[in-house]
Write a protein that binds this ligand. Structure first.
Ligand SMILES: *Cc1c(COP(=O)(O)O)cnc(C)c1O
Length: 365
């Protein structure tokens, strides 16, 4: 039997990519906001239904740079149930992460607990649309308005999703997407920031290119976070196929649901209303199931199938964050409960329904 990995990068037809990059041999323009970069940016703006968007080298730098562009100081309320990148981006901007527990149904920031964490040092809220589950954007906006806080969404899992008919990147002051090879949509490596304020975009544009503002002016302490032309070309090609990729993922998810829905001790991701989803992940919670999460993980491994304990450990239990006042997984009990029981199952567009059956047979046996 073939090994099944948790994800597999989608590829456009090879000829299509080669055709796309041919022009680069004529122009010799390989990076620094060339024609592919600009074309990709316009295509994305349309597809995502956003007002403003900029491209960056990856999702992590998109997050780091947008936080820097906002010139924030103090505390940022965030979730520990996420990839390391979210918390790292806060701390690498000399901001203090304040960990808020998550909602037991959507696994996103628990808005009931959010307000009690606001202090006079709070400057922003950084929620994550984890697994593509949409945060309670209305309540987050209400609290942010009340206290004058910025809202930056980590939308790395939510590419192309809509909520109440609006592109998910339109919510909050800014949202970041990741176009990493392992994501629903990718440009090999890449990322973007969607934002509402044009001025923020100007600052960001400089920051991703060393803060250079003109030939003889360096306006800010920037970094190098530009997307190159080869990545942009891959993004352009993949974007042409994204709708069929998502449709195929949906079929896989439906098959998983058909097999696992209603099994005692197994909890599946709740289905949210008013959303158009991208079927990025298939998280399963094993609570009082006949096997523990770790046992299922090992059984799958033994059959050459890799699922992931995504997200375990929580970022607030990382050794490097021990000194922060709100660190410690025990302070976010819902997140900890889920982190100990969750497994994300293999999911990609070309995963066959027979393979899904094989995975479910092993889990259920
Ligand atoms: C993938 C991911 C990132 C980082 O994106 P990269 O493009 O890999 O740098 C950030 N946050 C979350 C939640 C992610 O899953």
């Amino acid at each position: 039997m073939d090994r099944i990995l948790v994800t597999r990068s989608s590829m456009p037809p090879m000829d299509e990519y080669i055709n796309e990059i041919k022009e680069l041999w004529d122009s010799h323009w390989l990076t620094n906001m060339g024609p592919k970069h600009n074309e990709f940016r316009h295509m994305l703006k349309e597809y995502l239904g956003v007002e403003h968007i900029d491209l960056l080298v990856n999702g992590h730098m998109a997050l780091e740079m947008v936080l820097q562009a906002m010139n924030l100081q103090g505390e940022v309320i965030t979730t520990p149930f996420t990839f390391a990148s979210t918390t790292h981006a806060i701390v690498r901007n000399n901001l203090v992460p304040v960990f808020c527990d998550i909602d037991p149904v959507t696994y996103t920031l628990d808005v009931e607990k959010l307000e009690s964490l606001v202090t006079d040092r709070t400057c922003a809220i950084l929620p994550v649309h984890v697994y593509g589950n949409i945060c309670n954007v209305e309540e987050i906006e209400r609290i942010a308005r009340k206290y004058g806080l910025k809202v930056i969404y980590d939308a790395a899992h939510a590419f192309g999703e809509t909520y109440k008919g609006k592109g998910i990147g339109r919510y909050g002051d800014a949202s970041i997407f990741s176009f990493h090879a392992t994501k629903v949509f990718h440009s090999i490596e890449g990322g973007s920031v969607c934002f509402q304020d044009r001025e923020l975009g100007r600052v960001l544009w400089d920051l991703k290119n060393f803060g250079i503002h003109g030939e003889e002016e360096v306006a800010a302490v920037g970094a190098n976070a530009k997307m190159n032309e080869f990545c942009a070309a891959m993004g352009i090609c993949n974007l042409r196929h994204i709708d069929s990729e998502i449709a195929k993922r949906k079929k896989v998810v439906e098959k998983y649901r058909e097999r696992l829905e209603g099994v005692e001790g197994i909890r599946l991701n709740a289905v949210q209303e008013d959303t158009e989803l991208n079927y990025a992940y298939f998280p399963v919670i094993f609570e009082d199931y006949k096997y523990t999460r770790n046992e299922v993980y090992i059984r799958l491994q033994q059959h050459g199938i890799s699922a992931r304990k995504y997200f375990f450990p929580l970022t607030n239990s990382f050794e490097c964050y021990r000194s922060y006042p709100t660190a410690g997984a025990e302070k976010t009990p819902v997140a900890q409960y889920l982190a100990l029981r969750v497994l994300t199952l293999p999911l990609y567009a070309d995963l066959s329904l027979e393979e899904v059956d094989r995975i479910c047979d092993i889990i259920l046996k």
